[in-house]
Design a protein around this ligand. Structure first.
Ligand code: UDP
Length: 470
């Protein structure tokens, strides 16, 4: 093993034969959303009798990633330490490809063994430290670079959370470009939803290489919310009174910096003043531009609690406790509906149209009046909120990581294949082809859900619906 990587390995990390006959899968992560959404996959691989995870922390958000992993009892097997502050996108690609190439060369046993064994070498040679495949997640530059380095060594790339699209490679940048590039490199695409699968097929990806799993972020959220973490700030004790309505706000996306965030904050201030009984919790992003605007507009409003970003595990509890969320985050859009909390999405477009279609999300952009009016209506109307979340959660059922693991076992060892998540066809597409308008479908679906409360529905949503009805 080269000195660079060997020195980065924590002591006692299995370096080869002691993984038994289980085959390694590299699991790459470096940012907070990657750690959250890969965590259930790592846990499922740990529980597998055939496969085991080899966790590669690329190092961009070490302070945010490690606490999440440690809470789940996971220690990265290697830390590439490439998260230098103020690194450029190109610098990150260069550093990540280089560090990954060193790692793969080490695991292979030196450069002279570069061309053997190739695919599934580890499965053919039990006990070999060389991995069978590399799992990358989503849309980060490090995931794209890790995919590039893996394919450069002819190691198959498996893309978790594949198929999200805005179709504009400059928005969001560089995430949309990264997603599309990873799709070109991946051998196997694990799509959270049938709509994500459809995006890939539209781009010419062989449908036989796409598998719909549900989103692993939902698995993580159920796990985290179930830990019932203590509130990280004394002021949040107010949330322990179940009669208090709670509005949670997060906003930090690049396209919202400046005027849009000021408009969102102004709406939040108007809501808080009109509803003094509501407690607003806004974990403010560390970006100084965001902090300055949010504190200037909301710092003196008595029922608005501005905090530092909250650790993921208490944040999951906060989402479950919330009555309503306003957010521009991608992850939060998926997570909140899974615990029965509707979301006003402070963005002009979303790469998660399933949630808008299902009615759990409403796109509100950064329009002050629109945000204020819709939020006040929903805060005052439990039935309207219940309608938003009473449909089956389109993003997942909390078992995505099991499907990922079973799919990988099938891939490497030809064990039985897993069942996909969700229907193999799209109900809304069929109804649209039958002449229904998408809005009509959403309204009708909600009426049907309300008229047939005993029909099986999304787990978190139905729990909250039942609570609202009590
Ligand atoms: N999150 C968190 N604490 C907070 C705000 C968000 O743990 O104070 C979590 C949230 O649950 C979600 C993830 O961070 O899983 C979202 O990260 P971010 O908004 O940075 O990225 P995006 O989802 O937009 O890619």
């Amino acid at each position: 093993m080269s000195e660079s990587v060997a020195s980065a390995l924590p002591e006692g990390v299995p370096q080869g034969g002691d993984v038994g006959h289980r085959v390694r899968c590299l699991v790459v992560m470096g940012t907070r959303p990657e750690a959250i959404k890969m965590l259930p996959v790592v846990q499922a691989l740990k529980a597998s009798e055939l496969l085991c995870p080899f966790v590669v922390n690329t190092g961009q958000h070490a302070d945010l990633v490690l606490p999440i992993l440690h809470a789940a009892g996971i220690e990265p097997d290697v830390d590439l330490q490439i998260g230098r502050e103020r690194n450029t996108i190109n610098g990150l690609v260069r550093d990540c490809v280089g560090a990954f190439d060193d790692l793969l060369t080490d695991l292979r046993g030196g450069p002279e063994r570069r061309n053997r064994p190739r695919l599934f070498g580890a499965a053919e040679h039990p006990g070999s430290p060389y991995p069978a495949l590399t799992l990358v997640h989503g849309d980060t530059t490090s995931a794209m670079a890790a995919a590039m380095a893996s394919i450069g060594c002819k190691l198959p790339v498996v893309h978790v959370e594949a198929g999200l699209r805005t179709r504009d490679i400059l928005s969001p940048f560089p995430e949309e470009l990264n997603r599309q590039l990873i799709s070109r490199m991946a051998a196997f695409h694990l799509a959270p939803t049938p709509a994500n699968q459809a995006n890939l097929i539209r781009e010419g990806v062989d449908p036989q290489r796409v598998f719909v799993t549900g989103n692993t972020g939902i698995d993580a959220l159920h796990w985290a919310a179930g830990l019932h973490a203590a509130w990280p700030d004394d002021r949040l004790a107010a949330l322990d009174d179940p009669a208090v309505p709670v509005l949670v706000v997060t906003a930090h996306r690049r396209e919202n910096l400046g005027e849009p965030i000021r408009r969102i904050a102004t709406a939040v201030g108007q809501i808080a003043r009109q509803r003094p009984d509501v407690v607003v919790v806004w974990p403010v992003h560390p970006n100084p531009v965001v902090r300055k605007d949010v504190y200037a507009i909301l710092g003196a409003v008595p029922n608005v609690i501005l905090t530092h970003p909250i650790d993921y595990i208490p944040f999951a509890r906060l989402l479950e406790r919330a009555t309503l969320v306003i957010s521009d985050s991608g992850g939060v859009q998926e997570e909140a509906p899974s615990v029965g909390t509707p979301v006003l999405v402070a963005r002009e477009e979303s790469e998660r149209p399933e949630g808008v279609e299902a009615g759990a999300l409403v796109l509100v952009g950064s329009d002050t009046e629109r945000i204020r009016d819709i939020a006040l209506t929903l805060l005052a109307d439990p039935a309207a909120r219940a309608q938003m979340t009473s449909v089956v959660n389109p993003f997942g059922d909390g078992h995505a990581a099991e499907r990922v693991c079973t799919a990988l076992e099938h891939l490497v060892f030809d064990t039985p294949a897993p069942e996909r998540y969700g229907a193999a066809f799209s109900r809304s597409r069929v109804l649209e082809a039958s002449g229904y308008d998408p809005r009509e479908i959403a309204i009708t679906s909600r009426k049907i859900a309300a008229a047939h409360p005993d029909l099986p529905q999304g787990s978190g949503a139905s729990r909250k619906l039942a609570a609202l009805r009590r």
